[in-house]
Design a protein around this ligand. Structure first.
Ligand code: BGC
Length: 731
């Protein structure tokens, strides 16, 4: 037998060993598609034995990630074996914050998308849908039926290492973007999911930190983002977070899970713990947790015992299983099972580029420095490995770069190496200016970089701040000598453009000395091409900041990152087998309350470096004719420049003084495409929920009577129009 024939025999043998025989075609009345997901789940729960029910509410252990893969697992972060006799599918979960992580375990490709913060910066629901549809499709293509994405924690802590996985600092923007993403993802036959519920806004001590925050502040900010995302996304699963909130772990927090998520919002899906975030059996189950991941420490034998003894009722176990099965039916897992195939790489690349083009924010453009002319004679490209790639965010959101890490041994992130996606800005810039002399300098020696800059017409300095799950940034300053590098280059060349690859806000002591700055975030597998398209004007930038860039850390609600105190004797605890961590608990008080992001800067009278909602275009816009009723806002926006563009028109409101909110809040927005010289009249609905406050005494939302002011304009700090609006009678 030839070698290749032998391989042909061995592949099916391997697949049979790993996956077993193909599953029997599911049969039973629950397969009737004309029944609702609830009816179908109820029929199926009745068929299950006690042991089968227990088997559906936990995973198979950390091995799914770090050891030998459980049989049938595709190698994603989580795995729950199904019940073949009833046709209940295995639940195959992959991390999917910015693309399918660990998709390559079986040699499949996944698209590394730009970070979620770039998606948010597009302020474009169509981009959010494209983002979700792509992730959903690639999950489905690779056999996964649940993605662990949809990060919607607000940027309360700008140094949080996971801000790149989230949608910025405003609950309405974040919730609507995550909701649109998850809706589109679910249409691909995958369970839509949102995380990390809730107030999980820093990585430092994340498993032991107790977030102290009052109910009104939570409801009007952090929780509102989840509420909107869950409702608009038709979300089937919510991941509770590692941290404690007001003294109880999020995964056994009755207020968060039972009272708010399930009762107040009417969530019908299931709650899954973050990996290792379950701390009890009966307490967690009775507080509303439905599934433990990744293992069975609490929801295996201990839960079985608790149900036997009645500490957890049999009805509650049925409810847990019902919620899981309901989410599976609702997402089409039974009617449209995963069908493994190689994802459409080309479509992925196109979507990734579109998101990066619409998500990169032009922060400064003095004297019309940009766009660059293709006839520029010489360009110095400097720093940040821009010769070979663009930076990726790290941790569980890390997507394997097709082509491999563009920078080997680039340093250690919390989960493995710092990864650079092989999309070369240098090559893309060269392609735009084929007749120019385009040279690269690593930026390691600022003097050498300045020399090259001096000898060039234009200098483009790439700077970065790596960030990853598991650690926060030490500060908002660019790490290493990058500030000195930019200053040296800017001193040598008055046409210095800075391109930032960061997961969120950084400080820019050099900003007055450079002529242009573009925030590209972690721009994904087509980042280089997208950046070049913006720099040369093939794409007119239209993105807006989804979070504030402060002038200095002194201006933050907490100038210093709240850190876990060092471990004392006996503080080291097993996080998972063989891995001990400092288990000392500590409090972080969110005394700024509902003043998150721009609301804080406005209330404190602190001008930011770049405000929320800000971003430049290669054209200009003007607003006029604002008319406001309690139900809607109408205004006109005109493209007053010479080229087509898309303006992100933003509507903010201030509430009657009885609300006690000395700042305005975003209540609506729309991205408006405008040809040069074109004017459009735009009408946006005003959702009364977004104008309301949460009355903690009554435990209810309330639309206060009184005078509101409604503002329209192009950023939270550029609101040329305003009009008064009266609301009569409390609602
Ligand atoms: C992260 C989650 C992730 C899970 C599975 C956890 O450490 O916090 O976001 O989905 O691991 O990889």
């Amino acid at each position: 037998m030839s070698k290749s024939t032998l391989v042909l025999f061995l592949i099916p043998a391997f697949l049979m060993a790993q996956f077993g025989p193909p599953p029997a075609k599911p049969a039973g009345p629950w397969m009737n598609k004309s029944l609702s997901p609830d009816e179908r789940a109820a029929l199926l729960v009745r068929q299950l034995t006690f042991d089968e029910k227990i088997s559906l509410v936990h995973g198979t252990g950390w091995d799914a990630l770090f050891g030998e893969m459980p049989k049938h697992s595709l190698g994603g972060a989580g795995f729950v074996p199904g019940v073949p006799r009833l046709g209940i599918p295995d639940l195959q979960m992959a991390d999917a914050a910015v693309g399918v992580a660990r998709g390559a375990v079986f040699g499949r490709y996944s698209t590394p998308l730009p970070s979620a913060v770039a998606e948010a910066a597009s302020w474009n629901l169509a981009i959010a849908r494209a983002y979700g549809a792509l992730i959903g499709r690639e999950l489905h293509d690779q056999g996964y039926n649940m993605g662990l994405g949809g990060g919607v924690n607000l940027t309360r802590e700008p140094r949080n290492g996971r801000n790149f996985e989230y949608q910025g600092e405003d609950p309405i923007l974040a919730g609507k973007m995550a909701g649109a993403e998850m809706k589109a993802l679910s249409e691909q036959g995958v369970i839509p999911h949102i995380k990390h519920y809730a107030i999980n806004d820093q990585e430092n001590g994340r498993n032991f930190v107790n977030m102290k925050i009052d109910k009104r502040a939570m409801q009007e900010s952090d929780l509102l983002a989840f509420e909107i995302g869950i409702e608009e996304g038709g979300v089937g699963a919510v991941m509770c977070s590692y941290n404690m909130v007001n003294g109880a772990y999020a995964c056994e927090n009755d207020y968060l899970l039972n009272q708010v998520l399930k009762k107040q919002w009417g969530f019908q899906g299931f709650v899954v713990s973050d990996w290792g975030g379950t701390h009890s059996s009966a307490k967690a189950a009775n507080a509303g947790l439905d599934m433990e991941q990744p293992g069975s420490d609490y929801f295996g034998a201990p839960l079985k015992k608790d149900v036997d003894s009645g500490t957890v009722s049999a009805a509650r176990l049925d409810d847990m299983v019902h919620r899981i099965l309901r989410a599976e039916f609702a997402a089409g897992l039974y009617d449209r099972p995963a069908d493994r195939q190689v994802p459409d790489v080309f479509h992925g690349l196109e979507v990734a580029q579109r998101v990066a083009e619409q998500g990169s924010v032009l922060l400064k453009n003095a004297g019309g420095q940009l766009p660059l002319s293709p006839s520029v004679r010489s360009i110095a490209v400097i720093g940040s490995h821009a010769d070979v790639g663009v930076l990726s965010g790290g941790g569980s959101a890390q997507v394997d770069p097709p082509g491999g890490n563009a920078v080997a041994n680039a340093g250690q992130a919390v989960f493995g190496a710092v990864v650079w996606h092989p999309s070369s800005p240098l090559k893309a810039i060269r392609a735009k200016a084929p007749h120019a002399k385009v040279d690269y300098d690593s930026g390691v020696d600022p003097a050498a970089a300045a020399k090259l800059a001096k000898a060039s017409d234009v200098a483009i300095v790439f700077v970065n701040q790596p960030s990853s799950e598991g650690a926060d940034m030490a500060s908002l300053a660019l790490p290493g000598d990058q500030d000195a590098l930019v200053s040296a280059v800017a001193a040598a060349n008055p046409h210095t453009i800075v391109v930032l690859e960061t997961g969120g806000a950084v400080t820019m002591p050099w900003i007055d000395g450079v002529s242009a700055a573009l925030e590209a975030w972690f721009p994904g597998i087509r980042g280089g091409e997208a950046i070049a398209n913006i720099l040369f004007g093939d794409v007119n930038p239209s993105a807006r900041l989804p979070l504030t860039f402060p002038r200095s850390e002194q201006d933050l609600p907490r100038p210093k990152l709240a850190e876990q105190p060092p471990a004392r004797d006996g503080d080291m605890v097993d996080f998972f087998p063989g891995f001990k961590v400092n288990g000392r608990t500590f409090d972080v008080a969110y005394d700024e309350g509902l003043k998150v992001g721009y609301k804080w800067y406005e209330a404190q009278g602190k001008p930011p470096l770049f405000p929320f909602g800000f971003g430049l275009s290669y054209t200009t816009y003007a607003y006029s004719d604002l008319k406001v009723t309690p139900a809607s806002v109408t205004f006109s926006v005109k493209n007053t420049g010479a080229r087509a563009g898309a303006e992100t028109a933003q509507i903010y409101a201030t509430l009657p003084s009885a609300a006690g909110e000395p700042f305005h809040r975003l209540v609506a927005w729309q991205k408006v495409e405008l040809a040069a010289g074109e004017t459009k009249s735009v009408t946006l609905a005003l959702d009364p929920h977004y104008l309301s406050i949460f009355n903690a005494d009554r435990n209810a939302w309330e639309l206060l009577p009184g005078s509101y002011t409604v503002y329209a304009g192009g950023s939270s700090r550029d609101l040329p129009l305003h009009a008064a609006m009266e609301i009569t009678g409390s609602r």
